[in-house]
Design a protein around this ligand. Structure first.
Ligand code: DGT
Ligand code: MG
Length: 580
C-alpha cells in the first residue's frame, strides 16, 4: 500500500473547482475593498461637480456599484455552492477510501476496536477535515486580502489615523485567541460528554430487554442522570466562554470605532484629515476586523481538521496483515483435502497458545466432528482454515497448497461457514439468504431454505420471504435465525463446509430435519462439524476430541466408546442427562 498521502493530494481531481473557488474568493474581497473607495470618490470629488454633471456621474457610479455587487453576489454564490460541493466530493472520496480499507482489515484488528470510534472516523472526523480543506484556503486568502488591502488603502490616506485604527487590533487578537481557545476546549468537552451519553443510550437500548427483565429502569435512569448532569455542566462552561467571546469582540469593534472617531475628530480640527477621510475609515472598520475573527476560527479549524486527518491516515496506514501474498494463486477445482501440519496459534503476542502442535489430515469429502470442552479452541481451529487469522506456527494446506499462497477471495469462496454467533443483516429474509450467492435465482433461494428446514416458518411470516427481519433479525427466534444462516450456506454450496454449533438452538425435531439435510449437503464435501450435543455427530466418520493438550482422541463413535476415554466420559454424561 502507498505511504502516507499528503492532504493536498485530495484536491487533485478538483483542481479546476479549487482554483475557480480561489479566484472568486479574491474577486469578492477586491469588491469589498473597492466599494468604500467609490463612496470616498463621491464624497470627496463628485459632490463638488456641477449639479447636472454630478448627477450623471453619481448615477453612473451607482450603476457600476450595482454591477460589482451583482458580480460579488455570484462570487459568494460560487464559493458557497461549488466550494462546498468540492468539499463534499473530497469527503466522498475519503469516506469511500476508509470504508474500503475497513473491509480489508482482518478479524484481529476488530478484536481490539470499538465500533463507535471507527464510526466517528467516518463521520465527524471526515466532516472536520473537509471543512478545513474547503474553507481553509479560501478563508486565508480572503482574510489576508481584506486585512492587508484595508491597511494599505488606509495608510495612503492617513498614516496617523491608520495607527489609531489598528492600535487595538493586537489586543483584540489576543482576546479572541484566549476566549476562542477556552470556548473550543469547552465545546470539545461537550462532544466527549455527548459521545458518552450516546454510548450509554446505545448500550441501554440494545440491552433494554435485560433492563426490563431485572426491572432495573430506575437504576438505568440514575446512571443516565450522571451522564446527563455532566453534559449540562460542560454546556454551561462553554456558554460562559462563548458569551465572553462574542460580547468582547463586539465591544472591541465598537471601541475601534470610538477611537477612530476621537482621533479623526482631533485630526480634523488640526486640518490633518478631511471629513471624507474619516468616513472612509469608518467604512473600513468592519473590513479590517472581520479577518481577526476569521483567522482565529481558521486556527481552530486547522487544529481539528488536521488532527482528524492524522487519525484518518493512522487507520489507512494499518496494513491488513492478512492479505494476498505476492504471486498467490487462485484456488480452483477444489477437492477438499485439508492438512494441519504442526499448527500452533495464539491470538495475541504474550498470551497463552490456544492451539499447539496440531497435526491433522482430512481426506476430501470426509465428515469430521470436533468435540471438546468450552474454550478448548474448536472455533479457533476452524477460523484458521479460511485465514480469518493466520497460524503462528506450522501451516495449513488445502489440496496440498498452503492457504497463505492462495488468494483470499478464491479460498473463502470455496468454504462455507455457519458461525457460532449468527449475524443477519438489516433487510428481508430473502436478502439474507441470497447473501450466500447474490446472483442466485428465487427458486434456488427457496430450495436452499427448504433444505435448511426454514421454508415452512418463512411462509408463515406476514410477508413470507419478503418479511423484514429487523435489526440483526430481532423479529426471529434463535432457531429461526440459525436456519437462515444455514440456508445461506446451502445456497453458497461450497466444497468445504464448517458448521460451528450450527444446530445448537434447534429443538430435537428441527435438529433432526436440519441434520438430515446437512448430511445430504455434506456428501462429497469436506465437512467440519462442531457440536456439544454428541448425539448429532454419532454418524461422523471421524471424531476428534480437542483439549488444552491438543487432539487427544481420534476415531469413530464406536471406537471411541470402546476406548473408554474422554469422549466416552462426555457421552455417558450427556446420555445420563437425557435419561433424567
Ligand atoms: P465453545 O464455543 O465455548 O465450545 O469454545 P471453543 O472451543 O470454540 O473455543 P474458542 O476457539 O472460541 O476459544 C478458545 C480460546 O481462545 C478461549 O480461551 C478464548 C480465546 N479466544 C477466542 N476468541 C478470541 C479472540 O478473538 N481474541 C482473543 N485474544 N482470544 C480469543
Ligand atoms: Mg466455539
Amino acid at each position: 500500500m502507498e505511504k502516507k498521502k499528503s492532504i493536498f493530494s485530495y484536491y487533485k481531481p478538483y483542481k479546476k473547482i479549487f482554483f475557480a473557488d480561489m479566484f472568486f474568493a479574491i474577486m469578492a474581497s477586491i469588491i469589498t475593498l473597492v466599494i468604500p473607495l467609490v463612496v470616498r470618490y463621491i464624497t470627496s470629488t463628485v459632490i463638488y461637480y456641477e449639479t447636472d454633471e454630478a448627477f450623471r456621474v453619481i448615477l453612473k457610479l451607482g450603476l457600476m456599484m450595482t454591477v460589482l455587487i451583482l458580480f460579488q453576489c455570484y462570487c459568494n454564490y460560487f464559493i458557497a455552492n461549488y466550494g462546498h460541493v468540492m468539499g463534499a466530493k473530497i469527503e466522498y472520496d475519503m469516506r469511500a477510501e476508509i470504508f474500503a480499507h475497513y473491509q480489508k482489515l482482518p478479524f484481529s484488528f476488530y478484536d481490539n476496536q470499538k465500533v463507535g470510534q471507527l464510526l466517528s472516523r467516518i463521520t465527524s472526523d471526515l466532516f472536520d477535515i473537509t471543512e478545513l480543506l474547503h474553507h481553509g484556503p479560501e478563508n486565508v486568502v480572503i482574510s489576508a486580502m481584506k486585512f492587508i488591502g484595508a491597511f494599505v488603502i488606509l495608510f495612503t490616506i492617513s498614516p496617523k489615523l491608520t495607527f489609531a485604527a489598528f492600535a487595538l487590533i493586537p489586543f483584540m487578537f489576543l482576546y479572541a485567541w484566549f476566549f476562542n481557545r477556552k470556548m473550543k476546549k469547552a465545546f470539545a468537552r461537550n462532544r466527549v460528554k455527548i459521545a458518552d451519553i450516546n454510548a450509554q443510550i446505545e448500550d441501554n437500548l440494545s440491552g433494554i430487554r435485560v433492563v426490563k427483565s431485572f426491572a432495573n429502569e430506575s437504576v438505568e435512569e440514575e446512571k443516565f442522570k450522571v451522564g446527563n448532569d455532566g453534559f449540562l455542566a460542560a454546556k454551561k462552561d462553554s456558554y460562559l466562554y462563548m458569551g465572553g467571546y462574542h460580547s468582547g469582540l463586539t465591544a472591541f469593534i465598537n471601541m475601534i470605532t470610538v477611537i477612530v472617531l476621537v482621533a479623526g475628530g482631533i485630526l480634523i480640527t488640526k486640518a490633518q484629515v478631511s471629513v471624507t477621510d474619516l468616513v472612509t475609515f469608518l467604512l473600513y472598520i468592519s473590513i479590517m476586523t472581520d479577518p481577526v475573527r476569521t483567522m482565529i476560527d481558521f486556527a481552530e479549524m486547522f487544529q481539528n481538521g488536521y488532527s482528524g486527518y492524522e487519525r484518518f491516515q493512522e487507520i489507512l496506514a494499518i496494513e491488513p496483515d492478512i492479505q494476498d501474498s505476492q504471486g498467490s494463486e487462485e484456488l480452483t477445482d477444489v477437492k477438499g483435502t485439508i492438512d494441519f501440519e504442526n499448527v500452533s496459534f495464539q491470538y495475541e503476542e504474550n498470551t497463552e497458545k490456544v492451539l499447539s502442535h496440531i497435526d491433522l489430515h482430512v481426506d476430501a469429502g470426509e465428515y469430521l466432528a470436533l468435540v471438546g470442552s468450552s474454550g478448548a479452541g474448536k472455533t479457533t481451529l476452524c477460523n484458521l482454515i479460511p485465514r480469518f487469522y493466520d497460524v503462528t506456527g506450522g501451516s495449513i494446506k488445502v489440496d496440498g497448497k498452503d492457504v497463505r499462497d492462495l488468494t483470499l477471495k478464491s479460498l473463502r469462496d470455496h468454504i462455507g461457514i455457519v458461525q457460532q454467533d449468527v449475524y443477519l443483516f438489516v433487510g428481508t429474509v430473502y436478502d439474507n439468504i441470497a447473501y450466500g450467492r447474490p446472483d442466485a435465482t428465487r427458486e434456488e433461494v427457496i430450495e436452499a431454505a427448504k433444505n435448511a428446514n426454514a421454508h415452512e416458518f418463512i411462509m408463515a411470516l406476514p410477508d413470507g420471504y419478503d418479511t423484514d427481519i429487523g435489526q440483526r433479525g430481532v423479529k426471529l427466534s434463535g432457531g429461526q435465525k440459525q436456519r437462515l444462516s444455514i440456508a445461506r450456506v446451502f445456497l453458497k454450496n461450497p466444497p468445504i463446509l464448517i458448521f460451528d454449533e450450527a444446530t445448537s438452538a434447534l429443538d430435537n425435531e428441527s435438529e433432526r430435519v436440519v441434520q438430515e439435510s446437512l448430511e445430504k449437503l455434506a456428501k462429497n464435501r469436506t465437512t467440519f462439524v462442531i457440536a456439544h450435543r454428541l448425539s448429532t455427530i454419532r454418524n461422523a466418520k471421524k471424531i476428534l476430541v480437542l483439549t488444552e493438550n491438543g487432539i487427544e482422541e481420534e476415531g469413530t463413535h464406536t471406537e471411541l466408546m470402546k476406548k473408554n476415554g474422554i469422549y466416552a466420559g462426555l457421552y455417558r454424561m450427556q446420555f445420563a442427562d437425557e435419561e433424567v
